[in-house]
Design a protein around this ligand. Structure first.
Ligand SMILES: NC(=O)c1ccc[n+]([C@@H]2O[C@H](COP(=O)([O-])OP(=O)(O)OC[C@H]3O[C@@H](n4cnc5c(N)ncnc54)[C@H](O)[C@@H]3O)[C@@H](O)[C@H]2O)c1
Length: 264
């Protein structure tokens, strides 16, 4: 079992939502954190909250779609804290819409998902994660760090109408742990650096609060626990995945029993 105490977590999307909750969990358990997000004001607020908990915190403004920002993020972690033990690339966005929408009057297509709408989600949720993980993994290997890469997929990885961009990015996250674990096995690294993903259902963060509230109420009617997942519950799962070194290469769902459209 690994101890969180004294370990170093690099968390993108750490300025809010689930990322910030993981950072809080880490410092509460004696870990140190490097949080990255797109804007300094977000990071300043997050840092203040983490320091109140007594945490050792570094912040890095980082657009995860930029190669050089990810390299700097990984470098800061090594320069300030000497190692990286958890990589949690939780920066992510949604930009929902149907691929093609039709007019109720004419039955003809009157709207399409734009290339920008598709690409923006892929750029952040897929390419951005690839870059964060690649840069952090390089430092972890070169500095002989033990730990976990914990990605975030989603129940959307199974395919959600109105989310062809998001579902595609999250389906990719489901395959990353298998590819990375297999590659590390080839190089004799898979005992040192494990890779998993968590796949939450609907978590009570800004991302979900921005959703159409009527659609959300309908979704919640099919969640057996009858409520949103608490971000702290996702953070606790990440903590357990980190501690338990038997867990590798897989995707761990956390969705309150969500039946994905069926009442069973
Ligand atoms: N909330 C949910 O129900 C839910 C469910 C399943 C998976 N997830 C995933 O969990 C992750 C976190 O989601 P959340 O609910 O905390 O969302 P959130 O919107 O609360 O937080 C996401 C963070 O990512 C940051 N971010 C966005 N673009 C960025 C960029 N280019 N570079 C750096 N940072 C950027 C945002 O500023 C924000 O702080 C996402 O990958 C999301 O897809 C969320």
């Amino acid at each position: 079992m690994l101890e969180i105490e004294g370990s170093v977590a690099v968390i993108t999307g750490g300025g809010g939502g689930i990322g910030l909750e993981i950072a809080k969990y880490w410092v509460r358990h004696g870990g140190r954190v490097v949080i990255a997000d797109i804007a300094q004001p977000l990071l300043d607020q997050a840092e203040a909250q983490l320091k109140e908990l007594g945490g050792e915190v570094a912040t890095v403004v980082c657009d995860v779609t930029k190669e050089e920002d990810n390299a700097r993020l990984a470098d800061v972690a090594i320069e300030l804290f000497g190692r990286i033990n958890l990589v949690a690339p939780f920066a992510g966005i949604i930009k929902d819409g149907l691929m093609v929408s039709t007019s109720k009057e004419t039955g003809r297509v009157n709207r399409k998902m734009s290339l920008e709408q598709f690409r923006a989600v892929i750029d952040i949720n897929l390419t951005g994660v690839f870059l964060t993980v690649r840069e952090c993994a390089e430092r972890m290997i070169n500095h002989n760090c033990k730990g976990l890469i914990c990605l975030v997929s989603s129940t959307g990885s199974l395919g959600t109408a109105g989310q062809i961009n998001y579902s595609s990015s999250k389906a990719a996250m489901s395959v990353f742990p298998k590819v990375i674990t297999a590659e590390f096995l080839r190089r004799g690294l898979s005992g040192q650096i494990r890779c998993v993903a968590v796949a939450p259902g609907y978590v009570g963060t800004a991302m979900v609060r921005r959703m159409d509230q009527r659609a959300l109420e309908k979704i919640l009617a099919d969640v057996p626990i009858g409520r949103l997942i608490d971000p702290e519950e996702v953070a606790s799962l990440v903590g357990e995945l980190y501690r338990n070194e038997a867990l590798a290469g897989d995707v761990f769902f956390i969705h309150g029993g969500l039946r994905l459209g069926s009442r069973g």
